[in-house]
Design a protein around this ligand. Structure first.
Ligand code: ACO
Length: 323
């Protein structure tokens, strides 16, 4: 059995935060943000909405695109670091909104690498014959956890959701393989200390609810980690970089993407980039970019697609797909 992606969908909030708007909040400039990150604007969810609202809309769009009714799904996976609440899972919230009962639903926590972890999990369930049709959503609403007085983080992150429907097929199409990594010794590189069992909400001050990031340290390990995941995965699959038709990377920083292209000697024109519009949407960034790449006719039948991401945990990984 192969795990074929048969539908995609995305949901991006309407509210735009421009670099000019951030210039009014912190000591920064459009020039600094564009040259250091590639970001021109990012989106922000309404204060009365949560991750499951974006996830639900992206899921409905992916199901429609796949030509399936919600009751044809037999597992829901949601990759998120910003669930509606500590529990129940956002996947259960999405299941309820879709009007489904009697199928399993659970969240995956690998932050910016969440979608790659989700692809690998869905692929394992399908290849082992446990489930046949899986809805996988990547969603994050990190603007809810950003200190808009901290210039080192507030310029980076935006909100969004992207979803895919993955179906068992006997055709030679779909997820070829994935490679996943983690290094928990560097958990403090990117973290959100408050609200969990270490610092429960009733004991914490507002500052513990804000995302903390050692940006520069993360940058260096990110480039090395992405390269390691890609080189190992390509070797395992006997595929070379020249066989890859398009790369859909996590959109964290344009300089990380450019450094990776240099290390792999891979042309930037074949790497899909939309960071300028949405910033870093964490687990949503790859499925949003994937949906856009398909809509822009950047992917054709038989293409080999490489997806790769790096994030808090630390976690990183890559997936290869035959379209
Ligand atoms: N505007 C102006 N100046 C700024 C800003 C800003 N928004 N932010 C930082 N600076 C300043 C710093 O204070 C520093 O000033 P100093 O030299 O006087 O001390 C200077 O700019 C350089 O700071 P660096 O942190 O070295 O800047 P860098 O070039 O590394 O860019 C960035 C920072 C954009 C965060 C980058 O390091 C990065 O993208 N890191 C990787 C992030 C990432 O991939 N995270 C993983 C996924 S996220 C997740 O999992 C949730």
């Amino acid at each position: 059995m192969q795990s074929q992606i048969i539908g995609t969908g995305a949901c991006i909030p309407d509210n735009i935060i421009t670099n000019e708007a951030l210039e009014k909040l912190v000591d920064t400039s459009d020039e600094w943000i564009v040259s250091r990150t590639g970001i021109r604007e990012r989106r922000r969810i309404n204060s009365n909405e949560a991750s499951s609202d974006l996830a639900y809309t992206s899921a409905k769009r992916a199901l429609k695109n796949a030509g399936l009714k919600p009751d044809q799904v037999d597992l829901i996976l949601v990759a998120t670091a910003t669930p509606d609440m500590l529990f129940p899972s956002t996947a259960c919230m999405v299941q309820g909104k879709l009007g489904l009962k009697n199928i399993p639903a659970f969240d995956l926590s690998a932050v910016c690498t969440g979608f790659i972890y989700g692809l690998a999990t869905a692929d394992a369930f399908i290849k082992s014959g446990v489930y046949k049709t899986i809805l996988l959503v990547g969603v994050d609403t990190l603007t809810k956890f950003i200190d808009y007085k901290d210039r080192t983080t507030c310029v980076i992150f935006g909100d969004g959701a992207g979803a895919v429907v993955i179906k068992a097929t006997k055709e030679k199409k779909g997820i070829i393989a994935s490679k996943l990594y983690a290094d928990g010794s560097k958990w403090d590189y990117i973290h959100l200390p408050g609200g969990g069992s270490r610092i429960p909400s009733y004991k914490s001050d507002r500052n513990t609810y804000y995302l903390k990031m050692k940006g520069n340290d993360t940058f260096k390990v990110a480039v090395r980690g992405l390269e390691q995941a890609i080189v190992t995965l390509l070797k395992q699959c006997c595929i070379s970089t020249s066989d890859i038709d398009i790369v859909i990377p996590h959109q964290a920083n344009i300089r990380i993407i450019e450094a990776l292209a240099r290390k792999l000697d891979y042309p930037m024109e074949k790497i899909f980039v939309n960071i300028q519009k949405y910033g870093n949407t964490s687990a949503a960034s790859i499925p949003i970019a994937f949906d856009e790449a398909i809509k822009e006719n950047r992917i054709k039948d038989g293409d080999i697609i490489l997806m790769t991401a790096f994030g808090s945990g630390l976690t990183w990984g890559a997936s290869l797909i035959r379209w």
